[in-house]
Design a binder for this molecule. Structure first.
Ligand SMILES: *Cc1c(COP(=O)(O)O)cnc(C)c1O
Length: 432
């Protein structure tokens, strides 16, 4: 499998090169040149396969020239060492819990898969040391820090906005040490993101080091997310209903990976993208105009994205035809007020505690099912509610017990370096 740049001005590359580069030299996102088909037999017999077998079949076509089968199997075994339960809430709604990994957000799978691929490539001849540079508004930092911890040949530098991530999120990204460095920036997430983008274009840095990104623009972080949808399909298939997925979306990497699973042959009736008030995609679906705007802070902060980077990939999957896209995909946005009410409603009617992101997904699903009551809906629960402790506890008036993964980081001391401005980041990168 080769990967091409969606800006069409860069050469085709292998999976390995796409992972190491992160983004194409023409600044386009890498995209597979074809969509492999898994075949009807695969889906008919999926209930007989375990997670690793499903994952191997789905990932192999994308990576087989660069990862020997045995290496891919080993990587998937390490990545998939926790569960992805499908929890039925009502007769036609279930939550797909993606938060049972080490940092309790769904980004663990992609972060670990990418870390292990890069670790393998950097052991290979001539790859040399790779520096992963990543900006985070909260969840990405922890998942990347955890996934890359101790991976030989890879250094990780995380930029986060000082005082703007939750206490638990900050501990997850600042307490690991070893090959992980956390840089605390006096500014916003947008400032961190801008510094990272500047670094990728900096000729001095390019000459001195191999820099790559661990955001969902990187194919190794993005593609394995399609596995969640296949695992859910395996569980829901016996119901023999038309399935609908509702995905709380920010950068639209996760839902795009779901659409990839559909293109690989997974039977599914529809996808709903649910956003908070950062509604660039819902507005696009309503008007046909793509008009990004600066992000607004909400209680579902991992989705505070004004210009979602993976939406170009979604459009590509539908040959940039809006009519084709609209058949399989719709998008709705919800306010913080509606989100809190949904957290209360879900708890009140089922006893289930949703986090603000999952609650947005639930709202998107409800809206769709009103018009299509015969379908079975699955919304993705992308983070454990404890990661948004203040919001969830104050909305429901209950106390949540801390899971062991979170207790573990609460006792550790924060280690970070304050930096101010791009020159300070550059100096840091050149020194280390
Ligand atoms: C990152 C994140 C999202 C958004 O996922 P995208 O792939 O960026 O659309 C949703 N929920 C949580 C909890 C996240 O951490």
């Amino acid at each position: 499998m080769k990967f091409h740049s969606l800006n069409q001005q860069a050469p085709l590359v292998s999976f390995r090169e796409a992972v190491i580069k992160g983004i194409a030299p023409d600044k386009g996102l890498y995209f597979p040149t074809e969509m492999p088909a898994l075949g009807t037999l695969f889906f008919e017999g999926i209930h007989e396969l375990d997670m690793e077998e499903i994952a191997f079949a789905a990932m192999r076509p994308f990576v087989k020239e660069d990862l020997p089968d045995k290496v891919l199997k080993d990587i998937l075994k390490k990545v998939l060492d926790f569960d992805f339960p499908l929890v039925p809430l009502t007769e036609n709604i279930a939550a797909l819990e993606l938060f049972h990994g080490p940092t309790m957000a769904f980004k663990d799978v992609g972060a670990r898969f990418m870390a292990l691929c890069l670790g393998y490539f950097s052991q290979q001849e001539a790859a040399g040391e790779v520096t992963v540079l990543v900006a985070t508004s909260g969840d990405t930092g922890g998942a990347v820090a955890n996934g890359f911890l101790g991976v030989a040949g890879v250094k990780v530098v995380i930029l986060y906005p000082s005082g703007k991530v939750s206490d638990i999120q900050e501990r997850q990204l600042t307490t690991l040490g070893r090959n992980i460095t956390a840089l605390e920036v006096d500014g916003t997430f947008d400032d961190c993101q801008r510094m990272v983008k500047t670094a990728f274009l900096d000729a001095d840095l390019k000459e001195n080091m191999q820099l790559t990104s661990a955001n969902s623009i990187n194919v190794a972080r993005w593609l394995p997310q399609s596995l969640y949808f296949l695992f859910a399909y395996k569980e829901a298939k016996a119901l023999d209903k038309n399935l609908v997925f509702s995905v709380p979306s920010g950068n639209f990497g996760n839902i795009c990976a779901g659409l990839v699973a559909q293109k690989m042959g997974m039977p599914v009736a529809h996808f709903v993208a649910a956003t908070n008030c950062n509604d660039t995609v819902p507005r696009f679906m309503a008007t046909g105009q793509y008009a990004p705007k600066p992000s607004t802070a909400t209680i579902s902060n991992a989705m505070d994205v004004g210009d979602p980077s993976n939406f170009v990939r979604i459009r590509q999957l539908f040959q940039n035809r809006n009519d084709r896209l609209a058949k399989d995909f719709s998008a709705h946005s919800f306010t913080d007020q509606e989100t809190k009410q949904a957290i209360k409603d879900i708890y009140g009617s089922t006893g289930y505690v949703a986090d603000p992101h999952g609650a947005v997904g639930y709202l998107g699903l409800k809206k769709y099912l009103e018009a299509h009551p015969d379908r079975y809906g699955i919304f993705l629960e992308t983070a454990h509610p404890v990661k948004f402790l203040d919001t969830v506890e104050s909305t429901l008036g209950i106390q949540l017990p801390l899971p062991p993964q979170i207790q573990k980081v609460m006792g550790k001391d924060k280690q970070s370096l304050h930096i101010e401005g791009y020159q300070a980041l550059k100096a840091f990168l050149l020194e280390h």
